[in-house]
Each structure stands twice: as C-alpha cells, then as structure tokens.
Design a protein around this ligand. Structure first.
Ligand code: KMH
Ligand code: ZN
Length: 284
C-alpha cells in the first residue's frame, strides 16, 4: 500500500499593488487581464488567488465595486478557486479604505500583523488596534484571515492576540520573506519563523524577487505551502521576465512532483486550512 502524499496549496498573488506593467507588461490591470492571469494560474494548479485590485490605468484601489467586478469575473472563469482579497492594499491607504473588500464576504482575506518599512520612504501601517479591528470584522463575517508576517515580531503579535481571543484558530500564516524592511529571504530566517509557529498552524511562504524560488522550495521541505506571483516576483530567471503567473505555478508543480508531493485542489485546500470553521463564526 502506498502512503498518502502530502498536498501542497499553491497561492497565486497575481497582481500586487507595487509592481507595474512598466516592470513587466504581463501584470494585470484590466478585468480581461485579471481573468487571464487568474484562469491560467488556477488551471496550472493554484487553488488560492490573492487579490489586489487595480483600475484599468493600473492605479491600485481597495474600492469595493472594483473588487466585485474582478471577483465576479474570476469566479465565472474559475468557479472553484478560493479568492483571497488583500486588506493590506497599498501603503498610504486608510484602514477604512483597505477594509472594503470584506463587505463582499470572501472566504479568506489577508490580515497584516504589524507595521514595517516598505522600501524608500514607504511605511506599511498596521497598529495593534488596527489588527484587532480587522480581525474582529473578519470574524463577524466568517472570513478566514491569512495572517501576513513580514518579520518575527509579527508572529509574536498574532499569537498574543490569539491568546487574548482576538484572532481565532485555525491559524494560517503567510511568511513573506525578503521585503526591503522585513526579514530576509534566507533559509536561516525562514527556519526561524517556521519554528516560531504553533505546531497546529498552517503556513505558506512568499519570497520577494530572487528569493521566491528558494523560499518556495524550502517551504515545501518544511511542511508548508507556497505563494508565487507577480506581487512578489516578476522574473523567471536573472534577466528573464515571466510570461504569466501560470508560468510560476507550472514550475512549482514540477518541483513539487519531484519532491514526491501532490498539489491540493481548491476543495482540498479548503479542508487543509479548515476554512469552514471560520465560516461558522459568522454572526451577522
Ligand atoms: N501591498 C503591501 C503594502 C497584503 O496584501 O495584505 C501590503 C500587502 C499585504 O500586499
Ligand atoms: Zn498582498
């Protein structure tokens, strides 16, 4: 009898808020481009789409109605996929602005667990009270948070708020490695973060720029899940732009199979993350 292979969840962060078509012409701005990128990634094996919205000219927005249009379009093209809107948006946006996509009752949303420098003069603000408020709104709507961690202190913050009952289990983390202002994308630092998580938490790993591939591979070796996509990385190799988000997914699928792992379907991802347990908390 062959042992069951572990299933890896692939998240595609297809758009981001900081990257532009000047940097890579395949970054999606229009509905048609979003649907192309989401569908390609989902067909290649992504079960979660982490979503930042843009207007047609590329301006990042947290506008609820723009999210509605993009989510409806993606759902029509890939009905099974889990759509995870960002509540981080772009640096400089207010909390109220950032919270808008929650009004669409998504299954999941990102929950950023601390403030950090975000390159140049940018500061990504997430005070303790903001985190508590964002988490409460998610819980009320039955939305599962993906806790975004850019440094070790953010794991400590999330666990402190969990002990106080402000962030409820099941806990799922995204360890974002290599942001200019956050923890570096090195094996030593990833191991440090993974070993700081509770044993029953699930985690995915994002690596910025060149660290994407090595951090993804290490995540799979450490029992975690992976995030790929234009939000984190625009290049397939040094000097080679990626054609699509799907291209990153295809590479991870190949490596996962070599590592004797299977790729989770969206239904399997829902089970692994226990999304339903968050849905049941809905109280409005
Ligand atoms: N765009 C970054 C400032 C998230 O999606 O929650 C924040 C971010 C995190 O991308
Ligand atoms: Zn994001």
């Amino acid at each position: 009898m062959s042992a069951q292979k572990r299933k890896v969840i692939i998240t595609a962060a297809i758009s981001g808020a900081e990257v532009t078509q000047e940097m890579n012409p395949n970054v999606p701005y229009t509905l048609e481009q979003y649907v192309r990128e989401a569908k390609g990634a989902a067909e290649a094996g992504a079960s979660i789409i982490h979503l930042h919205a843009r207007f047609d000219d590329g301006t990042p927005t947290q506008d609820r109605e723009r999210f509605r249009v993009l989510i409806d379009g993606i759902r029509e093209a890939c009905p099974e996929v889990i759509i995870q809107p960002s509540t981080g948006g772009a640096t400089g946006m207010s909390a109220d602005e950032r919270l808008q996509p929650l009004e669409l009752d998504p299954e999941m949303a990102s929950l950023d667990a601390g403030t950090l420098n975000f390159g140049g003069d940018e500061i990504f603000v997430n005070t303790e009270n903001m985190i508590i408020d964002f988490a409460a709104r998610m819980q009320k709507r039955g939305v599962m948070p993906e806790i975004e961690v850019f440094d070790k202190s953010m794991i400590d913050m999330a666990l402190r708020l969990h002990r106080k009952g402000k962030i409820v289990a099941p806990l799922h983390f995204n360890l974002v490695m290599g942001v200019n202002g956050g923890i570096t994308g090195t094996p030593r630092d990833l191991e440090f973060l993974v070993h700081s998580l509770p044993a029953d938490a699930t985690f995915t790993v994002s690596g910025v720029g060149q660290s994407q591939l090595s951090m993804n591979v290490m995540a799979m070796l450490l029992g975690g899940h992976v995030r790929i996509g234009f939000e984190d990385n625009l290049m397939m190799d040094r000097g080679v732009l990626a054609d699509s988000n799907a291209q990153f997914v295809e590479r991870i699928v190949r490596i996962a199979h070599e590592l004797n792992l299977e790729i989770a379907t969206p239904a399997e991802a829902r089970e692994i993350l226990r999304i339903d347990e968050h849905k049941k908390l809905r109280s409005m």
